[in-house]
Design a protein around this ligand. Sequence first.
Ligand code: SF4
Length: 199
Amino acid sequence: MDSRLIAELIVHLGRSASLEGPGAGLTAGQWSVLRYFDRANRFSRTPSAFAAFHGTTRGTASQVIKGLVELGYLTATKSKSDGRSVRLDLTDKARAIIADDPIEALVGAADALPPGGRMQFYGLLQRMLGHVAARTGKPLFGTCETCSHFEGSGCCRQGLQAYECRLAKEVLLEQELDELCINFAPGPQGMSGPGTKPK
Ligand code: SF4
């Protein structure tokens, strides 16, 4: 089996899904932005983090983000600690259309895989993502529970918070554990890629 065929197929699959259907009249690039900010945690909701995730330039990312702010799909809030950086959040208008995301065609294709095959496929894609990140030197986005900076078992001992990020030195809420983070560093349990694990 020629590995190039696998690589080309993955790229083709991603492109086919993102071009399928102009949901809500948005471009594939605009959908990528909304999808990212829907999944990113509070440490990663910046234009530069999106640019790193999407493999684009900061200038290009800022242009698309600016357009979505003007259309009312994103709000930009200046950071309290650093007045030069902004945090982007989805608006109610964006949340109302997120189910129309053209990527749903790809979600349906994943749903159609046999359950055992889905878990295996997920693991293989994670490994490939790790290889690509190591080779390109780009950040490896992932989620808290398999991150080396993650602290906590979910068990609330008196006077202690259940979850914490040792890097940011901040308490994490349970609902944040499955969000994408630019500061992710794989822990001993392995790597978590940019998606919720299939059930
Ligand atoms: S524990 Fe890791 S993934 Fe979670 S917020 Fe901290 S750096 Fe990010």
